[in-house]
Design a protein around this ligand. Structure first.
Ligand code: ZN
Length: 444
């Protein structure tokens, strides 16, 4: 598609930085499923390409319309329709903002654990369509594990109501999974039944400094065994933490500098026993010489200060433009060699660019950001990294999705037969190819 210069995310662009070069032909903000169905039915009948928009926080360009597209924004469909405070489920319309939902259920002692930097603007429908991940996948899974039921408008305008509320339902093919993570290419998600958890009384965090990746893998195994409440295992490499401190204008948390840092978090009871369990765990790490230093925040405010370093990627990237931000999935044994070879190749080929690393390493999800890169080199940078991902059978997108910006590289993570089946499914569910046209896979 034609791509114009970057401009702020709006109807024409999203958080990927990709922008449409011309206006959409029409923008609809339906308030009901029936209105969505009418619009989709009419567009399919007329062969018009549709762009489905949520909170425009996606990082793969999936919500960016091609010139002349019909845009459906789900923003008006933002109500909590049903809240089962006994069993712990919430039925929401697709346009509900994640943070709003979290606040609403927490008022009643329930908890929705999906969390990501875009929490204040991203919408549940978009979270489902992209199978969002984020900071707590290690304990609660991705969005796929948090969805019990869905309502979807199909390309022909029929409404598929699958508002299941139970955790177990083994009645034939579980159709909701066709739509979760397919990025709006197979249907428009209009309602979602979400799985809730009792609200944890307290979070405990600790920042660990270490010398080697081997220490990191040992700590992860021990943490999974000793801390059943482990909810996050976030890793920052030295250059990332330094860049975060500089971008935030804050003193780095440790006086000395270390190659690797782990920010871990548990969620559980607010009790001396719970705090002691974490203290014991950290003490064992020190005894086994698996960590060089540890910071244990004394309260939630101090913990929030530590999380600011981890969440500073937006501020950091402002100084690296134009940058390329990767979101790859690599198995832990392959990760050190992958990082060494990719960062070495990047710095040899483009010495003026720097590469920063952090990730949800509990899930094998690495975020690599590199920049600045001349716009004409960006495809070559992507090619270099994705070929390296292919060599270790990794995933070119662990959590952000394919959208428009990674479509050309999907072949590095999916076989020809997988791609063929994806095309067949698209053909069956959207024969005219109107729904989020030109995303994820090319159709005939
Ligand atoms: Zn992430």
């Amino acid at each position: 598609m034609p791509v114009a210069a970057r401009r702020p995310a709006g109807l024409f662009g999203d958080a990927s930085g990709l922008c449409s070069s011309a206006d959409p032909s029409m923008v609809f903000r339906p308030a009901t499923t029936e209105q969505v169905a009418d619009i989709v039915r009419a567009c399919t009948a007329e062969g018009r390409a549709l762009t489905i928009q949520g909170g425009l926080t996606g990082l793969a360009g999936g919500a960016v319309p091609a010139p002349g597209d019909v845009v459906i924004s789900l923003a008006q469909m933002n109500r909590l329709e049903d809240f089962d405070t006994v069993g712990g489920t919430a039925t929401v319309q697709a346009g509900m903002v994640l943070e709003t939902l979290c606040a609403l259920v927490e008022e009643q002692g329930w908890y929705f654990p999906l969390d990501c930097g875009a929490r204040g603007s991203c919408q549940i429908g978009g979270n489902v369509a992209t199978n969002a991940g984020g900071n707590r996948v290690l304990r609660y899974g991705t969005m796929r594990e948090l969805v019990l039921g869905l309502e979807v408008v199909r390309a022909d305008g029929t409404v598929l109501t699958m508002l299941n509320q139970g955790l177990k339902n083994n009645t034939g093919i579980d159709l909701k999974h066709l739509f979760i993570g397919s990025e709006g290419t197979l249907g428009v998600i209009t309602r979602v039944v979400l799985r809730l958890f009792p609200k944890p009384e307290r979070r405990y965090s600790a920042l660990l400094a270490l010398d080697t990746f081997e220490q990191l893998t040992k700590i992860l195994k021990r943490a999974r065994g000793s801390l059943p409440e482990l909810s996050s295992f976030e890793v920052m490499w030295k250059d990332y933490l330094q860049a975060a401190a500089a971008a935030l204008d804050k003193t780095p948390p440790f006086n000395a500098s270390f190659p690797l840092y782990i920010l871990l978090e548990t969620e559980g009871r607010n009790s001396p026993e719970e705090a002691a369990k974490i203290q014991d765990f950290l003490g064992e790490l020190l005894e086994a010489e698996l960590v060089q230093d540890i910071i244990v925040p004394q309260n939630e405010e101090q913990a929030a200060q530590l999380w600011k370093f981890r969440d500073a990627i937006g501020e950091i990237l402002r100084d690296m433009q134009p940058y390329v931000a990767f979101d790859v999935g690599i198995s832990l044994p392959a990760l050190p060699a992958f990082i060494d070879s990719v960062t070495a190749e990047l710095s040899q080929t483009w010495p003026e660019a720097r590469s920063l690393l952090f990730g949800h390493l509990g899930d094998g999800n690495l975020h690599l950001s590199t920049g600045p890169h001349a716009p004409e080199n960006i495809v070559a940078v992507e090619e270099l990294v994705y070929r390296a991902v292919q060599k270790v059978q990794g995933s070119i997108s662990a959590e952000h999705g394919i959208g428009r910006v990674k479509k050309a590289f999907l072949k590095y993570s999916r076989s020809e037969s997988e791609l063929a089946l994806m095309r067949e499914l698209k053909q069956v569910l959207d024969p005219t190819g109107c729904l989020n046209a030109q995303r994820v896979i090319d159709t005939p």
